[in-house]
Design a protein around this ligand. Structure first.
Ligand code: ADP
Length: 246
């Protein structure tokens, strides 16, 4: 396996009734990278994440994650392989506390009994506290999710993914509907997350993209229009023409 890349997407294609929403797309993600996918509405961004997480079946191509072909796997197997996906709308359990939401998401191991179960309990607690700290909610562990702000619910949902320890996290517009202060915190959170995992983010807010992106892929009509650092992509005349220039 080529260790340089954690994810290799090659010739990824999906057709809906003959319309190619994603058209022979290739890109490679390195460990500790935050790849941001931008592009006009309908460019195929969400479909790319749907294909990687197994929600939508590809027509052709390959998606290799840590040496394993994901296109041959079911959605739950892909999660198990270490790929987490967060959708646009937060889906936390409103009636449960922050602690309970994180506890429910903790991966269930094989049966443990008696003293071992107690020990495991302590491990789970410690992990929940660690994650709560990472997502800025360690002061609200006993708060019901219903009372959190929209931004805090999004952080909690990211925490619910992090507790499963994915090596690749995919987020669809994580700052939509957030305050400026909450956006800053998400940027800080993503910069923390990529210390030991990779992230793919779909984003529209260019200021936020500049704060988080290691590299940017600009999608247009299901294909890569441009790719590279934010600076490179922003100054690419093709991008200015179809995306930034209106
Ligand atoms: P983006 O996220 O960049 O706005 P999408 O990935 O949501 O774009 O959609 C890309 C194109 O594929 C759009 O034209 C959309 O209508 C189409 N599309 C997405 N999913 C389906 C589907 N399940 N069936 C038919 N067309 C779809």
């Amino acid at each position: 396996m080529d260790e340089r890349f954690i994810l290799k997407v090659e010739d990824l294609t999906v057709s809906f009734d003959g319309f190619k929403a994603v058209d022979h797309l290739s890109f490679y993600v390195e460990p500790n990278e935050c790849r941001v996918i931008i592009g006009p509405n309908g460019a195929g961004k969400t479909t790319v994440l749907d294909l990687i997480c197994g929600r939508t079946k590809a027509t052709e191509g390959s998606v290799v994650f840590k040496g394993k072909e994901l296109l041959a796997m079911r959605e739950d197997q892909i999660v198990h392989a270490g790929v987490g996906r967060k959708f646009q709308t937060p889906s936390v359990y409103e009636d449960l506390t922050v602690f309970e939401n994180l506890e429910l998401s903790y991966p269930k191991g094989h049966g443990v009994f008696g003293a071992l179960a107690f020990k495991r309990d302590e491990t789970v607690r410690a992990r929940i506290k660690e994650i709560a700290q990472t997502i800025f909610l360690d002061g609200q562990l006993d708060e019901k999710a219903a009372f959190l702000s929209h931004g805090q619910k999004q952080w909690l949902e990211i925490g619910m993914l992090l507790i499963q320890d994915p090596e690749l996290l995919m987020l669809d517009e994580p700052v939509a509907g957030m305050s400026v202060a909450e956006r800053k915190k998400i940027a800080e959170l993503l910069n923390r997350i990529i210390q030991d995992r990779s992230v793919i983010v779909i984003e529209h807010d260019m200021g936020f993209v500049a704060d988080i992106a290691t590299r940017v892929t600009v999608l247009h009509q299901g294909k890569t229009l441009s790719e590279g650092t934010m600076d490179r992509v922003q100054n690419d005349p093709k991008v200015v023409e179809v995306y930034l220039g209106h």
